[in-house]
Design a protein around this ligand. Structure first.
Ligand SMILES: C[S@@+](CC[C@H](N)C(=O)[O-])C[C@H]1O[C@@H](n2cnc3c(N)ncnc32)[C@H](O)[C@@H]1O
Length: 381
């Protein structure tokens, strides 16, 4: 059985460029929220003379999805502060594919656009493989912190979920344990960013969450993606292909917070986050439609259900595969584990190909703009 523990030990996007290639929806989310980054670029104060402008992408994966937005932000900053050097810090977990990140930034991975490292002078990119629940950047040096689709990952699983793969299917004390971990993690994330930001600096976060009507990733109407994962993983256990422990070990180390849960520590004047100087500028939820479903619908029958399934399953696989792979008993030979994971996604693909109605991975995000008050406030006692 996989050991319950730090998310850093088990989470990774599929590497080798698969993530960005198969995750068009995540790029759509960032591209559409770029005005929030431009607002931040227009609002931050000028850094002290001789210091670079500092940006950070927290939970960057291979950097391909945020490249255009970061390029636009650098251009906006350069228009305000001509000639200023810019440092972009890319952060993710130690297991992330940083080779692919630098290939993407330099335009060595086949994307001819927005390769700012290759195209702009005086722009530097550094990578940090330490999780964002800790402070990663020195005190009061960060101008704009950005994060997309990353902070739903918990620092650690509080427990396995006995009867579902995800907290959206959990209840009672299990759900409470996940909610408590999520609240602790969110406070840690914000306190770390409060230390990193310069006074007047901004955070622009677009995080997976639950909206006002209870919708979340892969469940906006029709079929629930996480129920479908659970259905097939459970069926593989029932068929004796995987053990009960392997079924239970696939609990995602994630939590979808509501807008109220995101906002609470920023709005409560007594909270350590508020006392550290962070203030909420705006919070809203929004849905980004699944581009694979949209292409299928737009094809008006030209695309077969199997073709849709073949285009759709890789986007699910890009972020979920390691959870199932890591739940498998490590004493199984590597190729047997690979076959079991393939079997899971084959079952999902066959289900979609047999009846594609209701299958879509619509994104549900909470968009947050946050600032650190310009005047330093005293830290909590
Ligand atoms: C779904 S991907 C999103 C990547 C990219 N930001 C985007 O929007 O396309 C989530 C990323 O968050 C990273 N991640 C998860 N937990 C993290 C943590 N504690 N610290 C830093 N990155 C983390 C994962 O490794 C993964 O690369």
């Amino acid at each position: 059985m996989a050991v319950i523990g730090k998310t850093a030990a088990t989470v990774a996007m599929k590497g080798g460029g698969y993530y960005s290639k198969s995750t068009r929806g995540a790029k759509d989310v960032i591209d559409r929220a770029t005005p929030m980054l431009l607002d931040a670029a227009a609002a931050i104060p000028e850094p002290p003379a001789g210091q670079p402008l500092q940006l950070a992408d927290f939970g960057c994966a291979d950097g391909g999805t945020s490249k255009a937005a970061i390029f636009a932000t650098i251009e906006a900053l350069r228009a305000r502060f001509p000639g200023r050097q810019v440092l972009v810090t890319y952060t993710d977990l130690p297991s992330n594919d940083y080779t692919q990140l630098f290939k993407n930034l330099l335009g060595l991975a086949g994307d001819p656009e927005h390769n700012y490292l290759a195209e702009l002078d005086g722009v530097f990119a550094h990578a940090c493989g330490v999780g964002f629940h800790r402070q990663l950047i020195p005190d009061s040096t960060l101008d704009i912190g950005f994060s997309a689709t990353a902070m739903h990952y918990l620092s650690e699983k509080p427990m396995e979920i006995p009867d579902h793969v995800h907290m959206v299917g959990a209840s009672g004390h299990v759900l409470e344990a996940y909610a408590a971990q999520a609240a602790r993690d969110w406070e840690a994330i914000l306190l770390a960013r409060a230390r990193e930001l310069r006074p007047g600096g901004r955070l622009v976060f677009m995080n997976f969450g639950k909206d006002e009507t209870g919708r979340y990733l892969g469940y906006t109407d029709g079929v629930s993606m996480f129920d479908t994962f659970d259905h097939h993983w459970r069926a593989m256990a029932a068929a004796g292909l995987i053990s009960r422990d392997e079924y239970v070990g696939a609990s995602f180390s994630q939590f979808y917070r509501t807008k109220e849960e995101f906002s609470a520590p920023l709005l409560d004047p007594a909270s350590p986050v508020n006392r550290a100087g962070l203030r909420l500028i705006s919070a809203r939820t929004g849905i980004t439609k699944c581009p694979y479903r949209a292409a299928f619908d737009a094809s008006a029958g030209a695309m077969s259900a199997r073709e849709f399934a073949l285009s759709y399953i890789p986007t699910l696989r890009s972020w979920s595969e390691t959870v199932f792979a890591n739940a498998l008993d490590p004493s199984r030979p590597v190729d047997e584990r690979a076959r079991l994971v393939d079997a899971l996604y084959q079952r999902y693909e066959d289900m979609v190909a047999a009846d594609p109605s209701g299958h879509a991975m619509d994104y549900v995000h909470c968009y947050l703009a946050i600032e650190k008050v310009a005047k330093e406030v005293s830290p909590p006692p």
